[in-house]
Write a protein that binds this ligand. Sequence first.
Ligand code: 5GP
Length: 251
Amino acid sequence: MARRKKIYEGKAKILYEGPEPGTIVQYFKDDATAFNAEKKDVIDGKGVLNNRLSEYFMNGLNQIGVPTHFIRRLNMREQLVRNCEIVPLEVIVRNFAAGTMSKRLGIAEGTQLPRPIVEYCYKDDALGDPLVTEEHIAAFGWASQQDMEDILSLALRVNDFMSGVMLAVGIRLVDFKIEIGRVYEGDFQRLIIADEISPDSCRLWDIETGQKLDKDVFRRDLGSLTDAYSEVARRLGVLPKSNVSKPTLIN
Ligand code: 5GP
């Protein structure tokens, strides 16, 4: 069998050329990294969980009319997605102060924000994804004014959807990061949600206990990351019953 063409290997995923034009296969690795890859580990089963969870969230978004790159899951670790041009921004939405916002502004972690706050970081690992303003984005041509309006509206819709889904299973969506892709349809371009939405890119706290169920468990050495992600998957009913405590690792 011919080997597939690898397009890109990132910290948590590998992208391969897809079976049809305009498609890509997104493979979820077990690698976990934090602090711009200064901290690294391989966490058994993380890729399987994130593949399932990202499928769940992207499917839900597609169903409520928020366009995403997700087409279908292929197997335990791979999903077929639309090929798109990634806008070089990390779009962060925060409902409660945590992480870099708490550090930067001296606001205690867990403080509810007066309204969701959207931030933009320039996607550049070598620079550590620095925070940028809309002035930088416009001046350097990373996105147009119209793109920025669309991105803000997409980000807030994702926030409402994700907050509701999580609230229903007793989890607080503290903040999250999304990436935006550009696709061309005839003469028109459209912005869609790309990359992944998973506990790797969200802060998720149990509403009752405050227990962290996201990548901070790894960043801050708070216990088993697979247990935390499995708990999110279990509450959402994402994993088949037999796989509730341990995801079956096939490939
Ligand atoms: P913070 O700016 O507080 O570190 O992160 C805010 C939110 O965005 C958190 O949910 C965090 O997981 C997510 N986030 C920020 N940068 C990245 C990144 O480079 N990769 C991933 N997976 N998530 C990120």
